[in-house]
Every structure is written in structure tokens, then in C-alpha cells.
Design a protein around this ligand. Structure first.
Ligand SMILES: [Zn+2]
Length: 409
């Protein structure tokens, strides 16, 4: 039941919409491309500062470097640091709140500034994905901590620097955090119509090197082993094998190889992304890639080396997650907004967190669109709206006000 009790805790003066918009503009204009370590470090200090006033332990955690196979061989890329904020209580339930602070825009990308295009629309890098979501997370926790129910719920916030490149360094932290908590809230942008995200496709990125043997293309073609031909066949065979399975999509995004056309090329490189809908799809992908790899390795004169650069399993919509989504729907009704949920083809850290089996709701960030492009925008009224939604959810959860209880450990 929504009473005056809750509404009086949803509007303190420091969460005025104009303050949130100003903060979002400042944050979005600090470049935090996943590979911009300097920018990430600068921003990470701001996150630490923002969480300092909370009665919680703020910790910065360095991540192991990311290994990617390139045509020149295995290469290691440094990653930014994760920030963990843990509030411990004697409460029987605790919630994980998570989002990333990296963006897809590199430091030399032309898209670096925010422009207010109309009263309710701001175009800018990461305004929706996901700095808007980070503000929602932060402000909702502030409201919750000022409410009378703050000691009745433990929480942990985990803010990671590498989601846009597959969270490869953050995966162990996300898994540990998920195991410590009873349910998880992820602050990726809401879908364009305002829906939350109940389920997501799985997504894995692979890099591979195919080695053959160089030879003169006219004089000794039979001595050569054409790595590009073998790679092309490998791609087509994957496509054929996945065709009957509508939940699996393959996208070869990068191909490098060869040089002079009178030389049989001895090296080809490819990088590809495979998306899956469920665990069965995942199993098919593993079987097919392993089978094709071993076939190629058995061919005389050829060798293929594959690296999994990142991997996130599909996020499924289970019964417990539906219960939590229904609670969000209740909170939405109290606030006069309709909250629905849908499937999204994109992966997020909710895929990793949800894999440990705790109910996980995603898309709790701002409403917006044009993600991963210079058209990215946020609908400004959604900042306060989504702060209230999550704050109200936390208050009701802490006060035991939901009619359908959650199965907590
Ligand atoms: Zn994102």
C-alpha cells in the first residue's frame, strides 16, 4: 500500500531534477572509454567521493588485464578499477546494485559533449548508457538511507569499468557479489518505451588466428596452404551449423589477412560475436566451435587458435525475477507510471549476476536511446522518475510491504 509514509521520503531537496541534470552533464563530459585508463581513474575518484557520505565501506579494486588474440599474437590490455561500496547491517536481506562507468566512446571520438536538444532531451556520450543509471543508483540509495527503513536492508553497490568490452576483468567480482546478496538490480538504460529488462541474450566474443603455409601462387601453389580460404570455410561452416537455430546469431566483425596476391597467405585473423537465447543455444555453440576447430586442426598444414575474449551467458526470466518485476510494477502504479518488462538482444552484467541464480532485474536506469552512437540521448524527466522508482522499491522491500514475499536465503 502506498501511503503518505513513503511519499514524504521521496523528495528531499538535494535530489532536485536540475541538480541531477547538472551532475549528469558533468559526468558524461568526462571521457571514460573502456580503454581510456586515465579518464577511468579520474571518474573512479568521483564515484568514491560520491559514496563517501554513506555509512558503508568504499573500496577500489584493480582488475586483471584483458587478453585478446591479435594477428601479432596474444596481447594484454589494462583495465580500469572497480568500485565496491558495501553497507553491512544485521538485516536478513541484502540487495546488490550494479552498473558500469565505462562508455563505448574512445578518448579521440568526436562525441564528447552534451547538448540539450529540447526541454526534456539531452544528447551526450553515456548519458543513458550508463552514467544516467549510475546517478539513479546513487540517488535512490541516498533517499533510502534517509528513510526510516534504512537499517532493515543491507546493500552493496558494484560499479565496474569494463562492461562495454565484455566485463572480462569484473566477472569474478560480479559473481562474488551476486553470491553475497539475495537479489540484484542493474541500472542499464530502460528500453525506449520505459520497459525494464527481464531477460537478455547471451553474448560471446571470440578471436582466432588461422595459420597455413606460404608459397608462390604461380610456381608452387600445391605447396601452399591458404589460410584465408580455410578461414572463409570456417565462417561459412559456422553459419550453416547455426542456421537451423533461430536463437543463435553470428556476426563476424573483423577479418585481417594476406597481402600480395601472388603469395599464398599463411595467416588469417578473425574476430566474431555469437549471441544466444538460452542454455541449449550455448551448448550448440560450444559443440560447433569445438568441432570445427578440431576439424581444421586435423587438416595437414593448417592450425587454428581460438580465444574467448569475453563471454556472458543468456539471462533468463525465472519465477523469482518475475516476482521482483511485479513489485516494481506495484511501485510504478503508486508513482503513476506503468512498468512493464521485455526481452533485450543486448547482454549486460545482469547476465553474469543472474547466472548464480538470484533474481535480477535490469533496465532500471534512465529512459533514452541512440545507445552506442552520437545520437545517444536521455529523457531528462526519467532521472527523477527512476530514482523514485528504485527508492520506493527499496523502502517497500525493507519495510516488508510487498504482498508476495521473496525466497531469500
Ligand atoms: Zn551499458
Amino acid at each position: 500500500m502506498y501511503t503518505k509514509t513513503y511519499s514524504s521520503y521521496l523528495e528531499p531537496p538535494n535530489s532536485k531534477p536540475e541538480n541531477l541534470i547538472r551532475l549528469l552533464r558533468t559526468w558524461a563530459e568526462i571521457n571514460t572509454g573502456s580503454r581510456n585508463i586515465e579518464g577511468l581513474e579520474k571518474f573512479q575518484l568521483l564515484i568514491e567521493e560520491a559514496f563517501q557520505p554513506f555509512p558503508a565501506t568504499v573500496k577500489t579494486i584493480p582488475l586483471a588485464s584483458q587478453e585478446i588474440l591479435r594477428p601479432e599474437g596474444r596481447q594484454h590490455f589494462s583495465l580500469g578499477k572497480a568500485v565496491s561500496i558495501i553497507k553491512q547491517t544485521n538485516a536478513s536481506m541484502s540487495v546488490l546494485l550494479s552498473i558500469h562507468y565505462d562508455t563505448v566512446y574512445a578518448v579521440d571520438h568526436p562525441f564528447q559533449k552534451c547538448i540539450t536538444t529540447d526541454r526534456n532531451n539531452m544528447n551526450g556520450p553515456g548519458v543513458a548508457d550508463a552514467k544516467g543509471g549510475l546517478i539513479v543508483l546513487l540517488e535512490a540509495l541516498k533517499l533510502f538511507e534517509l528513510s526510516p527503513w534504512s537499517d532493515r536492508l543491507g546493500w552493496e553497490a558494484l560499479i565496474v569499468p569494463d562492461e562495454e568490452i565484455g566485463s572480462i576483468g569484473s566477472i569474478p567480482l560480479l559473481l562474488e557479489a551476486a553470491k553475497r546478496n539475495d537479489l540484484a538490480l542493474v541500472f542499464e538504460p530502460a528500453l525506449p518505451d520505459g520497459s525494464l529488462v527481464g531477460s537478455r541474450n547471451g553474448s560471446s566474443v571470440y578471436s582466432a588466428i588461422v595459420k597455413g603455409r606460404a608459397a608462390h601462387a604461380g610456381r608452387d601453389p600445391e605447396k601452399g596452404r591458404n589460410s584465408i580460404h580455410a578461414m572463409a570455410k570456417f565462417i561459412v561452416q559456422m553459419q550453416e551449423a547455426f542456421r537451423p537455430h533461430s536463437g543463435i546469431t553470428l556476426n563476424v566483425g573483423e577479418v585481417i589477412g594476406g597481402g600480395a596476391v601472388n603469395v599464398v597467405p599463411d595467416l588469417a585473423y578473425l574476430r566474431f560475436n555469437i549471441r544466444t537465447r538460452n542454455a541449449e543455444d550455448q551448448a550448440i555453440v560450444s559443440k560447433v566451435t569445438e568441432h570445427l576447430t578440431s576439424c581444421l586442426n586435423r587438416m595437414e598444414g593448417f592450425e587454428i587458435e581460438i580465444n574467448v575474449d569475453s563471454s556472458r551467458p543468456p539471462k533468463v526470466l525465472d519465477q523469482e525475477t518475475i516476482k521482483v518485476l511485479n513489485h516494481f510494477n506495484d511501485c510504478g502504479q503508486d508513482l503513476g507510471i506503468q512498468i512493464q518488462w521485455r526481452h533485450s538482444g543486448g547482454a549486460s552484467d545482469a547476465n553474469i549476476i543472474g547466472s548464480v541464480g538470484i533474481p535480477t532485474v535490469d533496465g532500471l536506469g534512465v529512459r533514452g536511446g541512440g545507445l552506442h552512437s552520437p545520437d545517444e540521448y536521455v529523457l531528462l524527466d526519467s532521472l527523477s522518475e527512476r530514482v523514485k522508482l528504485t527508492a520506493l522499491f527499496l523502502m517497500k522491500l525493507a519495510s516488508g510491504d510487498f504482498n508476495q514475499s521473496l525466497n531469500v536465503r
